[in-house]
Design a protein. Structure first.
Length: 287
């Protein structure tokens, strides 16, 4: 089976993107993990599949799989990439698209300078909507984590996020605290974790532990959730530049019941053909 794909990235958050409109794409958890493997496969943070829309008024559906093989609800950097992919692949000539995901509809718009703005919808703060195992809103709420009390803010941007303010994002304990919070009982579907350093009323520095992928250079929904949280803390205004390890995103959020707008780049790195599924990682392979 030959499958055409594109390797893409948004600020270093990288993807293998399949056209599921013109070719049949059959993925299993094992196949996704093999594709995502950076030594034995193509290598990526997520695998994205663009598919025909199931509902009228929607241009395409797209599915998102993390490197561990699990399907997830939303991916902001992925949304920018699949919008550009659809146009570059000749699947549409539109600059504005409506995409259907497990986390709801999103609306990307390709700008003349090649960047993409995505209407990510209205963020959710209620525990039942994120979801959380506890009711109510969690804004700077104390949470017992690894024997310490941490103040966290929980936000859904179509997927669950746990946001913490830190003095120095560069020194944030991503690899130690990130997985603990990802799997904390408060988050029944696990969580993406953001460590936020507020630098000014219109600029924040964010580092990300991404659910199912670990430390990533950028996370679009994480940037959105971080600005929402910082607004709720009265630390930033309605528009903020978000500095991620892979580059910057511009996030706009006017406040409760208003949609989030995310603007940033999308890049096609190369195209290829998957002639056979990558071999599984050998049991004797090193770390």
């Amino acid at each position: 089976m030959n499958l055409e794909f594109a390797k893409m990235h948004g600020l270093g958050n990288d993807f293998v993107v399949f056209d599921g409109v013109r070719q049949a794409v059959e993925l299993t958890r094992e196949r996704i993990r093999a594709i995502a493997d950076r030594r034995f496969g193509i290598g990526c943070d997520q695998v994205l599949v663009l598919e025909p829309a199931e509902r009228s008024g929607v241009d395409f559906a797209y599915r998102i799989y993390n490197a561990d093989g699990g399907e997830v609800e939303q991916c902001g950097n992925g949304a920018r990439c699949v919008a550009l992919f659809a146009r570059e692949a000749g699947l549409t000539d539109k600059d504005r698209l409506r995409l259907e995901t497990l986390g709801g509809e999103i609306m990307p718009r390709i700008l003349p300078d090649g960047r993409v703005t995505v209407d990510m919808g209205v963020p959710h703060l209620e525990g039942a909507d994120i979801p959380l195992s506890e009711p109510g809103e969690w804004v700077r709420a104390p949470l017992e984590v690894a024997g310490e009390r941490r103040r966290i803010t929980a936000v859904s941007v179509g997927n669950p996020h746990c946001v913490l303010e830190v003095e120095d994002a560069t020194a944030a304990p991503l690899s130690t605290l990130g997985p603990v919070l990802e799997h904390h009982p408060l988050f029944p579907n696990r969580a993406n974790v953001e460590f936020v350093e507020v630098r000014s009323p219109d600029r924040i520095r964010v580092r990300v532990w991404e659910r199912g992928a670990g430390v990533t250079l950028a996370c679009g929904t994480g940037a959105c959730a971080s600005v929402v949280a910082a607004r709720l803390w009265d630390r930033v205004g309605p528009r903020a530049e978000v500095e991620l390890d892979g580059g910057n995103l511009t996030i706009e959020w006017a406040g409760p019941e208003e949609p989030i707008l995310m603007t940033g780049p999308a890049v096609i790195t190369f195209r290829g053909v998957l002639g056979q599924w990558p071999a599984s990682r050998p049991a004797t392979a090193g770390p």
